[in-house]
Structure formats: C-alpha cells, structure tokens
Design a protein around this ligand. Structure first.
Ligand code: PBG
Length: 329
C-alpha cells in the first residue's frame, strides 16, 4: 500500500536491547524499602497467614533478616513493632525499652549504614487498636499529639534515621518536628504519611501487626478513597509543617494521587504498596492464575512511572532478587 502516512512506533520495540535503551522507567534496589514486623519474646519467626513470605520475627532472628535484605542491595527498612503489652494510651510505643527501640539499637549497631525508618503510630500499642487517644468513642486529635512526639523522640534516641508518622492526626508533622528539634534531633527527617486513605487494602497488615480497631473504623482520621483535592490539602499542610518526604498509601489504586503530588511538590514522594495489594497477587500466583514475577515488576514499575521516588513494599526482597538475576528490568 502506498500513500499511507503513519508513524512507525514499533521501530523502537524490535529487540530486547533496543527496548532497554529506550525504557523510560527503570527500577533499582535503592528505590525499595522493606517493611519488618518485630516481636518481643524469643525464637519466633511466624509467617503471617494472609501474607505468605512475610514474617513476624523476634529480636534474635532480626539480624538474619536484615543481613538478607542488605545483601540484596536494599538500603532501607521500615520497622513495625508488635508489643506484648497494650494499654489505652499505647505506652509501649514511647517506652525507651519498647520493641521498636530495641530493634533499632540492635540493627544500627551491626548495620550503621542501613537507613532505619520508624513507623510512628499508636494502633499496635493501644488496647482498643485505634491510632490515638479515645474519649467518648472518638479518637481525639490534640491529646494524641504529645504521645506521638514522645514516640518519635524515643525512636530517634534509639537511632532511627527517619521518623514516619502514620496516624493521620492533624498537626502531627509540626508537633513532631518541634519535639525532635527540642530534643536535639534537628537532622532527623520526617517521612509523613501525608495522604493515607481509609482502605480495605490494610486487612492483612492488621493480622501481621495485631492492630485492628476494637470498635468502629478509622474513617474519622484516614481519608475517604473518593477524594483527590483533599489529598492535596493534606499534603500542602504537611509540606508547610516541615515534612521531608510525602507518602501516598495505598499505592496501586492511588497512582493518580502519586502523580498529582509529584507534579505539585519537589519533595521525594513515597508509594506504600500495602499488605492487601501484596496478598491479592500472592493468592492469584499460588493458584497459577498470574505470573508473579511479571505482575509484580509491572506494578512496582507503574508506581515509579506514576512519580514515586521510593516504594515501600513487601515485594522489595523479591524485586531486588529479580533485578540482580536479570541485570535490569
Ligand atoms: C498503622 C499502619 C497501618 C499500615 C501501616 N501503618 C494500618 C492501618 O492504618 O490500619 C498498613 C500497612 C499495610 O497494609 O501494609 N497506622
């Protein structure tokens, strides 16, 4: 046929090497953060039932896990504590001998270079499972702030490199920033869960961290999944209050929000690829319904393409392994 004029986009797809030359988004192990669940007691390495391949580990198993992670080239972990004792005010969260504080000291002693991010929240530590102080069946904003500050300062004292407040109280970034500064931690950055939706995708995490709310839900503090402009307001406040990183959570159903933040802010944007997003793929892969490696790499790449500079994922170890095996993706 002559006389037809059209572009030949397929020219750039003819060979694998050519495709890799023109690939716009490439993953690196440095893009990945691995979440770790740490337990008190000894000799425990429990696989989380709803998250195959993810373990809760006691302190004596922790360094083995960390060794595996660092050998894969991953440069950062985020720590979640699962305490033995819980009470109404989450005291174990800001106990200097709490589980995250102990885990942080242990890790930083052996792996001083590894960037340890401490998740700063109360829900694993409160008997009612909410992320703040409860009065009259309502999670109270302002009375919760000092407890978050105490938690953050205690985590920083233990050696945490980054504080990641995740409980969606208004003003938590400014409260924690001034608390850290006063305690002499001016150089410790805040990675704010700036945009955190009240999501059904957190189900498996709540098994892993024993943090399901005893009554009600988190909809008075976490965001409505239908809202986009509100996400921008949340992020604007956190930027003004002094956040150093902005997290969007969950990731996959919120790629539009990741892109919006990337376009509006110069701060590093972090995608939290949450537990339910992990479990869905694991379940389908176990049934042979999807190719796990291909589907995981596609979705992690999509988060980076959407604008995420960093990706927190339970797949981080797998991705790092595949990147090593394949040279690049
Ligand atoms: C604590 C917290 C949650 C997650 C991270 N930090 C759960 C929640 O808000 O209930 C979820 C992580 C995941 O699902 O992987 N506030």
């Amino acid at each position: 046929m002559t006389g037809l004029h059209f572009d030949r986009h397929r020219r750039l797809r003819t060979t694998s090497n050519l495709r890799s030359l023109v690939r716009e988004t490439k993953l690196n192990a440095e893009d990945l953060v691995y979440p770790l669940f740490v337990l008190e007691e000894k000799g425990i390495k429990n696989e989380v039932a709803s998250m195959p391949g993810v373990y809760q580990v006691s302190l004596d198993h922790l360094l083995n896990e960390v060794q595996e992670i660092t050998e894969l080239g991953i440069k950062s972990i985020i720590l979640f504590g699962v305490p033995k004792e819980k009470d109404a005010v989450g005291s174990e969260a800001y106990n200097d001998e709490g589980i995250v504080q102990q885990a942080t000291r242990l890790i930083k002693e052996q792996y001083p270079e590894l960037v340890v991010i401490a998740d700063t929240c109360l829900c694993q530590y409160t008997s009612h499972g909410h992320c703040g102080i409860v009065e009259n069946d309502y999670v109270q904003n302002d009375p919760t702030l000092p407890l978050l500050v105490d938690t953050a300062v205690s985590q920083a004292k233990a050696g945490a490199d980054i504080i990641a407040p995740s409980n969606m109280m208004d003003g938590f970034v400014t409260a924690i920033r001034s608390g850290l500064d006063e305690a002499g931690f001016k150089e410790i950055p805040i990675m704010s869960y700036a945009v955190k939706y009240a999501s059904a995708f957190y189900g498996p995490f709540r098994d892993a961290a024993h943090s399901s709310p005893e009554f009600g839900d988190r909809k008075t503090y976490q965001m409505d999944p239908a809202n986009r402009l509100e996400a921008m307001r949340e992020a604007e406040s956190d930027i003004e209050e002094g956040a150093d990183f902005l997290i969007v959570k969950p990731a996959l159903s919120y790629l539009d929000i990741i892109r919006d933040l990337k376009d509006r802010s110069t701060l590093p944007v972090v995608a939290y690829n949450v537990s339910g997003e992990y479990s869905l793929i694991k379940a389908a892969a176990a049934n042979g319904w999807v190719n796990e490696k291909e589907i995981v790499l596609e979705k992690i790449t999509s988060m980076k393409r959407a604008g995420a500079d960093l990706i927190i994922s339970y797949f981080s170890k797998d991705v790092a392994k595949w990147l090593k095996e394949d040279g690049e993706v």
